[in-house]
Design a protein around this ligand. Structure first.
Ligand SMILES: NC(=O)c1ccc[n+]([C@@H]2O[C@H](COP(=O)([O-])OP(=O)(O)OC[C@H]3O[C@@H](n4cnc5c(N)ncnc54)[C@H](OP(=O)(O)O)[C@@H]3O)[C@@H](O)[C@H]2O)c1
Length: 238
């Protein structure tokens, strides 16, 4: 990934943080973003100490204006964006239809899906012109199979397929690739947003953030002639 310009959205913790590290350690020019500035600063400090400085900036995926500003800032700081990894995602303890409200529904669709659309729309024209671009979206197995993650989460994660598959059809002749990554259970801070956090034994069998980051990194590293539209990664035993 030497000198590839990689924008990682949702890089303050979990999968996105591990992915940002892998890209930076492989020589990519990385821009890491999320809302929590202190987490981004500690990531940048850790990588700088290893000799891999990265660019950071805060952004809020629930705001269209923030995603537009992010695209501009990333382009300015990196000189362009070759790879965009949208890892940002959230859920709510109030996920069952018996508890879900319109406000929560809208929040999940904004953060998990609309942010991905707004950012993608801003990045595509330059990618089209460069005849090069890789858009990698972290969805979930919940976007494919019925489960108890909640209607808003499932709808937002399934919506990412619509976004990515449509772009693949429209833009592949311009050298633009899309990939939807669907992890199963991963032991990250997102577990705190479950109605009941999985027990230690279950989490001990779950994927780790770096497992998913490795998949993202592997897809991004592929030769431009090779595209992976979709893939799943599951814990082996659960
Ligand atoms: N953990 C799992 O079991 C699992 C399974 C399948 C798919 N996934 C997906 O994997 C992705 C990464 O999640 P994770 O498991 O690594 O959990 P995580 O550690 O909670 O990471 C979520 C990331 O999204 C960012 N984010 C949340 N709301 C945001 C907002 N409004 N604006 C900007 N950034 C926002 C967070 O940063 P800030 O809070 O600093 O903004 C954080 O960097 C998510 O899309 C999730 O749905 C997770």
């Amino acid at each position: 990934m030497k000198d590839e310009r990689v924008l990682v959205v949702g890089a303050s913790s979990g999968i996105g943080r591990e992915a940002a590290k892998m890209f930076a350690r492989d020589g990519a020019k990385v821009y890491a973003t999320a809302r929590r500035a202190e987490r981004l600063e500690s990531l940048a400090a850790e990588l700088a100490a290893e000799g891999h400085p990265i660019a950071t900036g805060t952004s809020d995926a629930s705001s269209h204006e923030s995603m537009v500003a992010l695209a501009r800032d990333a382009r300015e700081k990196l000189g362009g964006v070759d790879v965009m990894v949208y890892v940002t995602g959230t859920n709510t303890p109030n996920r069952a239809m018996a508890r879900l409200t319109r406000e929560i529904w809208n929040e999940l669709i904004e953060v998990n899906l609309n942010g991905a659309y707004s950012l993608t729309a801003e990045l595509l024209p330059a990618m089209r012109e460069a005849r090069k671009g890789h858009l990698i979206y972290v969805s979930s197995i919940s976007g494919k199979y019925g489960d108890v993650s909640g209607a808003a989460y499932q709808a937002s994660k399934r919506g990412m397929f619509g976004l990515a598959l449509a772009i693949r059809q429209e833009e592949r002749q311009h050298g633009i690739r899309t990939c939807v990554v669907c992890p199963g259970l991963v032991d990250t801070e997102l577990m705190e947003k479950r109605p009941v956090k999985p027990d230690a034994e279950t989490l001990g069998k779950a994927l780790q953030a770096e497992d998913v980051a490795e998949i993202i990194f592997g897809v991004a590293k592929l030769h431009p002639r090779a595209a992976v539209p979709e893939l799943e990664i599951w814990p082996t035993v659960i």
